[in-house]
Design a protein around this ligand. Sequence first.
Ligand SMILES: [Cu+2]
Length: 467
Amino acid sequence: MLNRRGFVKAALAAPFVPSLAGFLSSRAQAEAGKTLKAAPATAQLVPADVAGPTPVWAFNGTAPGPVLRVKAGERLKVMVENGLDQPTSVHWHGIRIANGMDGVPGLTQEAIEPGASFSYDFVAPDPGTYWYHSHDRSWEQNARGLHGALIVEEAEPWAGADRDLVLVVDDWRLTEDGTIDESFGHMMDWSHAGRLGNVVTVNGSYRPKFAVRPNERIRVRLINASNARTMAIGLAGTTARLLALDGMPVGLNDVAEPVQLAPAQRADLLADFAASETPLPIAVETRDGPVPIAEIVVSGDPVREASDDPIGLPTSGPGVLPNLSGAKRVELLMEGGAMGGMSGAMHDGRMMDMRALVDEGRVWAFNGIAGDMDEPLARFAKGSPALIAIRNDTGWPHAMHVHGHHFRVVSRNGKPIADPALRDTDLMMPDETIEIAFIADNPGKWLLHCHMLEHAAAGMMTWFEVA
Ligand SMILES: [Cu+2]
């Protein structure tokens, strides 16, 4: 039996932990709560004979919170109650939402104070896999468990899958006694890769098992809810096809490789599971090979004799690639971080050197400004094409997220991309330059930030206005 220290160290590093293979998830995820209460709770994140339960912050008592479901075009009303001892807010990630419901304190609403509540009320226009998460001190609140899946169902039910399997993948930094490591705000994390954890859970459980029947066709909705860990996730024993990225259909492409998800990104896979005597792992790629994070158990009577040809999702979202002639072009230079060579940046209205910036908890900059929000990056006329050229002049990957719009990466490192997918978050590698394009058709003030949450808090945040 592994001891606690060994478990936490081994959870990500070891290719297989045989003594824990029987650990079974019994989490029941409620659907469509009208109220989300953020409050302290406990969660059994690692096997009970190893450690825990872990004190977490949860929506309605579970981390992740309940799976919320709404039909495309319909209104979702959620009363968020704050049972924490610090302010909070909820961002509905990837939804082309009305600006006042976007959940960004100081930009679109006042933070929800302890004991107070806020009524979110919005139309979800596009079917797909989304998620909700804290957007106040999110580097701490998201890491403590304040997030959940938001599924926007097709207005007309899609007949392409027998059912959904929603998998919220999270990365926790735990101590050896199973409590959350309190190293929040650590400048080593903020200036490097962000807060990386040491235990990966799926739907709040360690290596849960999910039962399917032979030849059952499942829409697997993968959500990377971690603060900073990019994960390549693969399904064994199935021909999984890629259906959608960040909620938006991508056609029907075979997936030969594990699908890479940066923090906040989602992928929908269509998976047929043939009969199997042994459980089929869902695994994250690591340097030491794939590490199982969940298992599919195939049992019972076949759903059908054999799998027929799959059908793709109906197209939704913002139609065809916009005509970019006359687009307003904006440059965004990302700098800073460890080994980045940034000498200083503007903060609080004055130029600061790196030492002064570190004292302020700001170590990254956009266009020479370390996270100050007084002025927008750009203003776009409502309905006009927008083109933002983003250069990652740092030594680190970043998951660049735009609020209120889906965009297309129309070029990467100067090479045009044919038929780019609609995304709300793009993973940029060091020294990469991308151009993203979208129609700025959603009025309001919208964040553009790195979704490695420590990077956002330490300067990688700006906003633009559509009016
Ligand atoms: Cu980043």
